[in-house]
Every structure is written in structure tokens, then in C-alpha cells.
Design a protein around this ligand. Structure first.
Ligand SMILES: [Zn+2]
Length: 300
């Protein structure tokens, strides 16, 4: 009996760590899969559609930055691409981190991508970075470095990376009463990190928005900047495939969505290194969103 019990205990002691490991693994996979869905949603081609893009006619805002004139009924204006014949496009990078991902960052997961920023500097690629406030809290020095580099401009991707509509890829949903404060908190976190002048642009997490969200955020006086080209860099493993997808998708005036989050977009840096020389060879000039939007005003 004691022998059997000892044997049983021995088996149990072998099984328990295994079961524990399996549970850990299952939890981990579940967490990663939720993140996959959420993150991939940022560049999802079939993201729920909001109102059609209004005229891309731009004007200078009070701060001198290109902005779209507000839509009717107090809705935020939405910019997805410029109407221009010039081969000018904007590469944009979402610096994603969701409000509840702090423990994962503490475990060593990297939501930043300094190698990507270095590559953009090396290749002299002007770019617009849509930063969540949570990301700026986590990586203030990197946020400041990006914000102080004239090559880049920093815009708002919410504080929490929660959704502004129901049914957005499993993202937690912000109630209407918290939509405006979440975006304001994003701007505050970005400024607190040392980015003195973030652009008055906002990109919806998951690309999900509707008229209710556009109306709730209307008083902020910012322009929504979405995209017309999905790079497919979320969880990609082949940088050349990402580069090819962008090359297939771009046209004059395009806005391309990519990510500045190593853990979930691990090949974005080599993809950019492959993509940029080819875009330039094809005659494309890379600019920040503000320049594309400004050019749009002249181009109609
Ligand atoms: Zn995002």
C-alpha cells in the first residue's frame, strides 16, 4: 500500500508539472490567439466599414497642420487615401499595446520595434506612427525619440487599444461615455512621454468605427486616418510576402498600414528594407500623412 501510494505520488508528481505546463501553454496560446485576432484586425481588409470617405479636401488647422474639414453633423472627418495623380504614398506604423498587456511586457514581451525605427532612419523614410497611450507609457524614451525626429510624426491610436464599436475582433469595447476621454488620455500619455506636438490625427483600433464613434469624438477636432493598403505584416513570417502585398496594393495617394510592434509583427523591419528601394525604383515618393493630406487639398 505505501509502495503503491509512493508510486502514485511519483506519477502524480510527474504529471502535475506536465499538466501545469499544458495549462500554461493553453493559456498562453489562448492569450496569443486573442492578440492575433486583435492585432491582425488593425490591418484587416474586411474591417467593419464606416461611412464612406468624405472628400479628401484638406485645410490647414489652427496649428498649421493639414487636416480635413469637419464632416456634417459634428462627425469626425475620415482620411483613407489622397486623391492625387502624383506617385506619393504614406507608410504608417501602428505602435500597438493594449491597456491590459502590461503583465506581458513585464514578462519580457516586446511591443516596440527599435530596429524598425532605425531602418526607417537609415533609409530616410518619412513615416507617421500611430501610438497608443499605453505604448507611450511603456516606452517613453522611444516615443520621445520618434516624436523629436523630424523624419517622423506621431499620432493617436487611442490610449487603451479598446474598440469603439461592438464586435471588433474580440477587443474590449469602450462605452460611448469613455470614447472621448480614452483618446484624450492617449494624447496626454504621448505628450507626457515627451512628444510635444502629436499630430491631430486618430486611428481607430481594429479599424472599427461607426457614426456613433465619429460623433462622440467629433468635439476633439481631430481627423481620422485609416488606410487603403493593408500590408499584412501582422504575424507575418515572410518579409518578401509583405513587401509584395504592399507593392500590389499601392497607387498614387495610398496610405499603407504596418506595425511597430515586434512581438506581433516580427518581420516588418526586413519587409521595409525590401519594400522601400522597390517603391522608389517605381517612382514613388514616401511622405508623412500630413504631407499626403496637404497635397490632397491641392489635388482635389
Ligand atoms: Zn492597432
Amino acid at each position: 500500500m505505501p509502495a503503491r501510494r509512493t508510486a502514485a505520488m511519483a506519477v502524480a508528481s510527474q504529471v502535475r508539472p506536465y499538466v501545469g505546463a499544458v495549462i500554461f501553454l493553453v493559456r498562453r496560446i489562448a492569450a496569443v490567439c486573442v492578440a492575433c485576432a486583435v492585432f491582425a484586425a488593425c490591418g484587416a481588409p474586411n474591417a467593419p466599414r464606416g461611412p464612406e470617405q468624405r472628400s479628401a479636401r484638406s485645410s490647414a488647422s489652427a496649428s498649421g497642420e493639414a487636416a480635413l474639414t469637419p464632416g456634417s453633423g459634428g462627425l469626425m472627418p475620415v482620411f483613407k487615401s489622397a486623391r492625387t495623380q502624383k506617385k506619393t504614398i504614406a507608410l504608417t506604423f501602428d505602435a500597438d499595446m493594449t491597456a491590459d498587456e502590461g503583465p506581458r511586457a513585464a514578462d519580457g514581451e516586446r511591443f516596440d520595434n527599435p530596429e524598425l525605427i532605425d531602418a526607417l532612419r537609415e533609409l530616410k523614410v518619412p513615416a507617421t506612427v500611430f501610438m497608443t497611450g499605453r505604448w507611450a507609457d511603456q516606452y517613453p524614451e522611444e516615443a520621445r525619440g520618434i516624436g523629436q525626429d523630424p523624419l517622423f510624426e506621431v499620432a493617436n491610436h487611442s490610449y487603451s487599444h479598446y474598440s469603439f464599436t461592438d464586435g471588433c475582433y474580440g477587443l474590449p469595447v469602450l462605452p460611448e461615455s469613455r470614447m472621448r476621454s480614452d483618446v484624450e488620455r492617449g494624447f496626454t500619455a504621448i505628450r507626457n512621454a515627451g512628444v510635444a506636438h502629436p499630430m491631430p490625427y486618430f486611428r481607430f483600433p481594429g479599424g472599427c468605427y461607426d457614426n456613433r464613434a465619429l460623433r462622440a469624438l467629433g468635439p476633439l477636432g481631430v481627423t481620422v486616418v485609416q488606410w487603403d493598403v493593408v500590408s499584412g505584416d501582422a504575424f507575418a513570417t515572410d518579409p518578401d510576402a509583405v513587401a509584395r502585398q504592399v507593392l500590389r496594393g499601392v497607387r498614387p495617394g495610398s496610405v499603407v498600414v504596418m506595425h511597430c510592434t515586434r512581438s506581433a509583427a516580427p518581420v516588418t523591419e526586413p519587409a521595409v528594407r525590401a519594400l522601400v528601394p522597390e517603391l522608389r525604383r517605381q517612382g514613388y515618393r514616401l511622405v508623412k500623412v500630413s504631407e499626403l493630406m496637404g497635397a490632397s487639398g491641392g489635388g482635389g
